[in-house]
Design a protein around this ligand. Structure first.
Ligand code: BGC
Length: 747
């Protein structure tokens, strides 16, 4: 730049001797203007973006709407010199003071830290976070990610997954926030807000209906508009409304015939128009399939490369197939998001990540997220004084806890705890983090005999259980992007292991580390079951604290646990039978496109079980405590619900009080829906009056003809309690003609 300037100045001087000076290079457009008027922080992000756009050349406008290739993700691909070695890189416009965008996968912590010998905190899975039902925990979760992104030199997160758990065997459910759109949207919205509170750009993904991994690049998800708006898209609507994220990543799959990254309905009409999303839509990695169609349908940035939004987009703009105004809109969305997040005014400055702070935050969230599913005869908490011997069995619980795979994989400090070797994590291989349940259980009972068995031989495990007072069996289900669980059953004969152990010792406690719900054919036999999800780097401490009562469990299920695959809307993962056997090329590459008909429509998760009269193994919202809560004094109208919650037990504890709504029959929704909740901490004997406001949106149904939300007149039933199937309080209120007191009643 400097050289170019010199040359130009020289030229100008020489030319000035001959003719009137006219330097083509030194036009206003290519002058370095790093301190242009858009650097005035008192202007709005939109004003600042517009000012920059006026100065940009066509090439610069194109440069900002695509990445520069696969970079570190694909061996042999070029890595831009300024890349921070994350999943994506967009070159900035240096002469105008616009920084590069360095994007990092960061669903449950920052990915690929090992490439730079850096540390990143592994948080509990997002599904675990959803089990806290605690929006403060969600903000904290996001703020850990945002903080560590900044400290590692990244200015954009690509996490924030909020695809609904329509398919409970989806390999990425651990990255998402469960099956209820209001809970999922709220939790992920606060998570993304937490990320952005650190002046990095946040993202919400994968928009939309990327509800399974099997065939994700070729499947066509079919769902009617009303169901879409009230389920999967509602989760995005809520999350976007809370976080105002910089980015929304469109998904790989098709939606009702069009790819998600060139879908005019979901992108232009719903996301940008109806939701009022002001940020930019970036494609999932190689999820762009066209230039003109995608640009006109609302895609703003191709990732990770430039096959469609590089030279082909420039040509399309020059030809008029994509209007310049649309290209300006793409750039505007990107630039205004950069200004709004603060990445221009306050770029990240690298420093050493604080692992202790990360551990503390992660453990705190894990302690709120663990769900006590069963506790017969108050087997838990274990009494440290009374216990003389414990058998700890399975799931490498001597050395670590399990993490989820794929692009959400965080690198374990010191390498995989079961196979520590140099280098980053290897795709497809389960990674255990060095948080040893055995160690922390031993620490609780230093004088007891605590022995470990790896669980590979069920008889040996049973022998150890037999001679121990209590057996704690750790079981797991490893999940990852790119594949779904073929069934809800635990893999690797772990059911047989539990059966053998409980046959040898009736005092058997099962601790599950899973990416989603699993079946438990042994559920009636064991005394206690804890679901710990993937509990993060503080997982072992959190599990031990709950087992021994130092922490009272308060997590509640954000997803239904079915008794069997046969009870699900799709007894088999759609398309899983079409998968060819593993081979040299990707399995999907050899698969024919197929439709996934989401015929269950609105009936996602617990709504399906309620409407179909099926009893789940553990219901949505379920979770036990070591204390007892009593609900009373319900008052409800269409705007507010209030009730009294009392801790009648002997320990302090937290209850997630849940409010469900049954709509009038004319709404055509024969199931309850969650409409509000609050996590309440109570000392023994303490009671509190809880008042919750009802959001009119959550009372509404989507009217496709009017393209709007509507509250149907009639009688509504409010149900309040500690889970979707345990609602001791209920009352009704009316809406519309002939009813008083509710929305639409004129009051
Ligand atoms: C995943 C995205 C991820 C991207 C970059 C894709 O395969 O679906 O979630 O952000 O890769 O790693």
């Amino acid at each position: 730049m400097f050289l170019r300037k010199l040359t130009c100045l020289k030229l100008t001087f020489i030319l000035a001797m001959l003719v009137a000076p006219q330097c083509p290079v030194a036009s206003a457009q290519s002058q370095p203007q790093q301190n242009g008027p858009w650097m005035d922080k008192s202007l709005s992000p939109d004003q600042r973006a517009d000012m920059v756009i006026k100065e940009m050349t066509l090439d610069e406008k194109i440069q900002l709407v695509h990445g520069t290739g696969w970079g570190v993700l694909r061996g042999g691909d070029g890595v831009p010199t300024k890349s921070n070695l994350g999943a994506g890189f967009v070159a900035g416009i240096e002469r105008l003071g616009i920084p590069d965008i360095n994007l990092a996968d960061s669903a449950v912590g920052v990915r690929m830290a090992a490439l730079q010998s850096r540390y990143a905190t592994l948080l509990p899975s997002v599904l675990g976070l959803a089990a806290t039902w605690d929006t403060q925990a969600a903000s904290l979760y996001g703020s850990v990610i945002g903080r560590e992104l900044r400290e590692q030199g990244f200015n954009m997160s690509i996490g924030g997954g909020v695809d609904l758990a329509r398919e409970p065997r989806n390999g990425r459910n651990f990255e998402y926030a469960g099956e209820d759109p209001i809970l999922a949207g709220t939790m992920v919205g606060h998570l993304a807000e937490g990320v952005q509170s650190n002046q990095v750009m946040g993202d919400i993904k994968h928009y939309a209906l990327n509800d399974q991994e099997t065939g994700r690049n070729i499947l066509n998800a079919i769902l009617d508009k009303r169901s879409m708006r009230e389920t999967d898209l509602l989760a995005f609507q809520i999350a976007i409304g809370i976080a105002h994220p910089a980015g929304v990543m469109c998904a790989y799959n098709k939606i009702n015939g069009d790819y998600a990254c060139e879908n005019d309905y979901t992108l232009n009409q719903v996301l940008k128009k109806d939701f009022g999303f002001k940020g930019f839509v970036l494609s999932d990695w190689e999820g762009t399939h066209s230039t003109v169609k995608a640009a006109l349908a609302g895609l703003d940035q191709e990732q990770p490369g430039y096959g469609y939004f590089g030279a082909p987009l420039k040509a399309a703009v020059e030809k008029g197939d994509v209007p310049m105004s649309r290209l300006d809109d793409m750039d505007h969305r990107i630039l205004r998001s950069m200004f709004a997040a603060g990445v221009v005014d306050n770029p990240p400055v690298r420093r050493v990540v604080d692992p202790f702070r990360g551990l503390e935050d992660s453990q705190h969230i894990a302690e709120e997220s663990i769900v006590l599913l069963k506790n017969a005869d108050n087997q838990l908490p274990l009494s440290a004084e009374a216990i003389k011997s414990i058998a700890v069995i399975g799931s490498h619980s001597d050395v670590g806890i399990l993490s989820g795979g794929g692009s959400a994989q965080v690198d374990a400090p010191g390498g995989n705890a079961i196979d520590p070797r140099y280098g980053p994590s290897v795709w497809g291989q389960p990674v255990y983090f060095p948080s040893s349940p055995l160690k922390y259980i031993r620490a609780k009972v230093p004088s007891a005999h605590v022995e470990y068995n790896d669980g590979k031989n069920a008889d040996a495990a049973a022998n150890l259980a037999k001679k121990s007072q209590v057996a704690i069996v750790f079981v797991n289900q490893w999940m990852s992007e790119g594949r779904d669980a073929p069934t809800l059953s635990l893999p690797n004969n772990q059911d047989a292991l539990v059966e053998a152990v409980v046959a040898a010792n009736p005092h058997t406690i099962v601790v599950i580390e899973s990416g989603g719900p699993v079946t438990m054919p042994w559920a009636d036999k064991v005394t206690a079951v804890l679901e710990s999800w993937y509990p993060g780097i503080g997982g072992a401490q959190a599990i031990a604290n709950i087992l021994f009562g130092d922490v009272n469990p308060s997590g509640k299920l954000p997803i239904t646990f079915a008794k069997s695959d046969a009870d699900l809307p799709h007894p088999k993962v759609p398309g899983i039978e079409l998968l060819p056997p593993p081979g040299p090329r990707g399995r999907e590459g050899r698969m024919k496109p197929f439709d996934v008909n989401y015929t269950e429509g609105l009936k996602v998760g617990y709504k399906w079980f309620e409407a179909e009269n099926k009893k789940p193994l553990f219901a949505f919202g379920h979770g036990l405590s070591y204390t007892v809560f009593e609900y009373s004094d319900l008052k409800a109208d269409g705007r507010q619900v209030s009730f009294t919650l009392k801790n009648t037990g002997e320990r302090p504890g937290a209850e997630v009080a849940q409010v469900y709504l049954e709509l009038p029959a004319s709404a055509g929704e024969p199931f309850n829906r969650l409409v509000a909740w609050q996590r309440v901490e109570l000392a023994p004997g303490e009671s509190k009056e809880i008042a919750l406001t009802l959001d009119p949106l959550y009372l509404s149904i989507f009217d496709v003809e009017k393209n709007g939300w509507q509250i149907v007149p009639g009688e509504y039933k409010i149900l309040v309690g500690g889970s979707s199937e345990n609602t001791p309080l209920n009352s009704t209120f009316g809406v519309g003609v002939g009813h008083g007191g509710g929305i639409g009643s004129g009051n």
